[in-house]
Design a protein around this ligand. Sequence first.
Ligand code: ASP
Ligand code: MG
Length: 412
Amino acid sequence: MRTIVQKFGGTSVADVDKIRACAQRAIATRKSLESKGKPGGVIVVTSAMGKSTDLLVKMAAEANAHPPRREMDALLSTGERVTVALMAMVLEALGAPAVSFAARQVGIQTDADFTRARITAIDTAVLTEHLAAGRICVVAGFQGISPTGDITTLGRGGSDTTAVALAAALAAESCEIYTDVDGVYTADPRDVPTARKLDRITYEEMLELAALGAGVLHPRAVQFGAKYNVPIHVRHAHLPDEGTLITDKKDDQMEEVQVAGVALKENLGRVSLQSIPDVPGVASRVFAALAETGILVDDIIQTEGNDKLATISFTVEQADLSEIKPAIAKILADIGGGTERIDTGFAKVSVVGVGIRSHAALAALLFRTLADAQINIANITTSEIKVCAIIAQDDGKKAVKLVHDAFDLDKD
Ligand code: ASP
Ligand code: MG
């Protein structure tokens, strides 16, 4: 059976009429699969309607300043369950047999890391059975079941990951992500009006852009896509545009493209551990302790000072600072000294492209562009296919526009 997974994001299913439009697309897709001869199966994955997850987060904050993470997931997972039931009802009303599922019913297993759980296994038996019986299967995105049977969620935006993971598990032909933008752009069009839509992008470029705050796709979704080679097709839910295809294929045209895009990530805090012992094992202990908190740390830099003392600094999302502070105090006590310094108000502007691997001039162009605009760089980090500069948040929006221009990303 040829299977296609279609994921519809929150804005695309914000009311019942919009759900109906998405349902029609799913029905049309199934018909076109069938018209090609072999039986075709469509799995629909949905997000919660509109801003309903935000609303639940707000109510949780009213209930408890520090809501237990287990209860947070019990609450947030309800949003998606509303959409899937409505979607199945609408599909049935349109004459298409359909059945909705919560994570438990289709065996989406995760670890027990509430509010940011990772999918560990998917049991496809139930879905395959219903697909074979000609039903459209509508699966709640964003949620899973922990080893002890608790409801977990995959982190905000996690429905994308559910969709791609299902596509991988079912060896689907492709995973279509329907959203409120018509594809992946060279920059966020809200920040850079001259940003251009990309027809294709590689997984590794998309991964960097997603992780760097391009905001179109959940990074874990791209990781799943890359690992299991699931073509991911990002498209507008209510427009006919072709969108952007994310694959590992590099056609001739892609080979020439050196830089895919520029991303801006805002609201970063920088943590510096100063005057810490400069002896083997310190970094290992620091980052092992940080890993235990589950908080994502990035842009790690270590500098050596005098007197066998060193400084380690890294960035985290500003929202994670309150959770990281107690961990830092413990770490400093454990490694035998040092002081902490926390600064806020940073942004990261990053240039991403497979060409960066072989063209050092691309990094130089980023730094020159920022210098010409008198923008100070607080930190620099690089990887194979990206160069990033940490700058003041106030300069962020201006910087991303200037860099986009300097790299001629508005030109085809
Ligand atoms: N409803 C969840 C959120 O708003 C998951 C998702 O939309 O992907 O983050
Ligand atoms: Mg979403």
